[in-house]
Ligand binder design. Structure first.
Ligand code: ARG
Length: 494
């Protein structure tokens, strides 16, 4: 179709090598709508007669409803396949006019931006739904005390609600990042031509409006050859996937027999072909590996762009490939995370036992020695550390079960100016079960803090949902109007 200078057909292996047909399926409908908007504009600017306009719009409408009618064999990409289809159906005089004032270079990035904004809106909705599921679980687990870890060693006492909300807060930031990126994605490159614009008096603003864009990527060189906005989006998607992957990793560890804090619902767990007792967290493992792919796709894109000369180069086709791949992975991973968390079984008693059998109240004991007995923190730290050492040597006894004699021995050894009676009083007061209620700093594990966060998060979820609904509605309205314009022009009397 495009071979005006090179003679003959493309070699078959070369054609297959060049072709983006296998992924262009994902952008067909956007490509058709883009062409319809472009034709409407050409007609309105007096650059296309009504007769060919009607014929092409009509044929494109048929393809939009039934993309299977497009012959995909033997083409480099969907743009060529559609134009060839139109030329075959309507003749070169009519079908050959769809590329007036534009090129595949603005066309492909137009399609990618249209696809990206739809996918972004779906991804937002999925993140909001996931946050909602997390908030529900957090509300049900305000009283589920558990250990918090640093270095994967028992650290402080917390509660599951606090843990879960740490992830809803991160997901809100993921949402925020994507929310902002949308404003940069939703700009039209259409009409930029191959690189330097067109001598044909097209109206780029009109096509942008018809397609629901909020303005233009103005500079035609920028519009056709930059992909920073796509990479920005891939970067935000990668950060989002890291959030999901870290949740996955925690749940994988916690569902081991050794931890046994949580259990995947049967509907989410895999089994083993050989070991009948097995209940494996495979969806979570694939969440981890899919994160690797999404991060890899980001790195691929950065590396691909790093030394690309300005202006379109075919390398950008492979960026489209990895970008579309990331969009689809992220979308499915959000669904799976939501299902897994929504149906997660929590072993509250087991988590509580682990708390009771730990020394994770040590820091709180030290703090209370500061608050109630006037010790400086470093000294309190020292004596509590020695108490733990003593308890460990007594067959891992609890701190509050240490005898007065044992405590006196520790005081003597550390020469800390405190009476055994005072120390014992604190040990009895700051038991693992009570400790969480003593926490008073903003954002701590105290359930009262979580209640506040749940309340404000529910409002934020509502605000984001309303915003996304508005965004989706704006797009739908614009594309609905385009459809109306297309129908009215198709029925126009010549
Ligand atoms: N299939 C190409 C892509 O996906 C479309 C643009 C091709 N442009 C060109 N001048 N070869 O990027």
């Amino acid at each position: 179709m495009y071979r005006s200078r090179p003679k003959g057909e493309l070699d078959r292996d070369t054609l297959n090598f060049l072709s983006s047909m296998n992924i262009d399926n994902e952008i067909i409908s956007y490509d058709i709508m883009g062409t319809q908007a472009h034709l409407v504009m050409l007609y309105e600017k007096g650059l296309l007669e009504v007769k060919p306009l009607k014929k092409i719009l009509n044929e494109l409408e048929i393809l939009l409803q039934n993309p299977g009618k497009i012959n995909r064999l033997g083409f480099e990409d969907i743009h060529e396949a559609i134009e060839t289809h139109l030329v075959k159906k309507l003749g070169i005089e009519i079908g050959g006019s769809i590329q007036t004032g534009r090129s595949r270079n603005d066309q492909v990035i137009l399609d990618v931006r249209m696809k990206a904004r739809d996918e972004l809106n779906n991804i937002y909705s999925k993140i909001i739904s996931l946050i909602d599921s997390i908030l529900q679980k957090a509300e049900q687990n305000l009283g589920s005390i558990m250990l918090l870890y640093t270095h994967l060693q028992q650290a402080q006492i917390g509660n599951l609600s606090h843990y879960l909300l740490s992830y809803s807060d991160q997901l809100f930031r993921d949402l925020d990042r994507l929310y902002l990126t949308y404003t940069r994605i939703n700009k039209s490159p259409l009409g930029s031509g191959p690189v330097g614009g067109s001598t044909i008096p097209i109206d780029r603003e009109r096509t942008a409006m018809l397609l629901g864009f909020d303005g233009l990527v103005t500079n035609s060189l920028d519009a056709t050859s930059s992909r920073d906005t796509i990479v920005e989006l891939m970067s935000s998607l990668s950060i989002l996937m890291i959030t999901l992957s870290r949740i996955a990793e925690d749940l994988i560890i916690w569902s081991t027999q050794e931890f046994d804090y949580v259990e995947l619902a049967d509907k989410c767990a895999s089994s083993s072909s050989a070991m009948p007792q097995k209940k494996n967290p495979d969806p979570l493992e694939l969440l981890r590996s899919r994160t690797t792919i999404v991060v890899g796709n980001l790195v691929t894109s950065l590396a691909l762009l790093k030394a690309l000369p300005s202006g379109y180069s075919r390398d950008l086709q492979d960026l489209k490939l990895v970008f579309l791949n990331s969009l689809s992975i992220v979308s499915s991973c959000l669904t799976i995370t939501d299902i897994v968390i929504g149906s997660l079984i929590i072993h509250k008693d087991r988590m509580k036992d682990a708390v009771i059998n730990s020394y994770a109240n040590s820091i709180d004991i030290a703090e209370q020695l500061v608050m109630q007995k006037g010790l400086v923190f470093r000294t309190a730290h020292k004596i509590v550390g020695s108490l733990v050492e003593m308890a460990l040597s007594k067959n891992n006894a609890s701190l509050s079960s240490l005898s007065v004699n044992e405590i006196e021995a520790v005081i003597k050894r550390t020469s800390v100016p405190i009476k055994a009676k005072d120390l014992l009083e604190i040990l009895e007061q700051v038991t693992p079960e009570k400790v969480i209620l003593l926490r008073s700093s903003i954002g701590s594990s105290n359930p009262d803090e979580q209640k506040k966060v749940i309340k404000s998060s529910k409002i934020r979820v509502q605000e984001y949902s309303d915003d996304i609904r508005k965004r989706k509605m704006l797009l739908n309205n614009a594309l609905h109007n385009l459809r109306q314009v297309v129908i009215s022009y198709t029925n126009k009397s010549s």
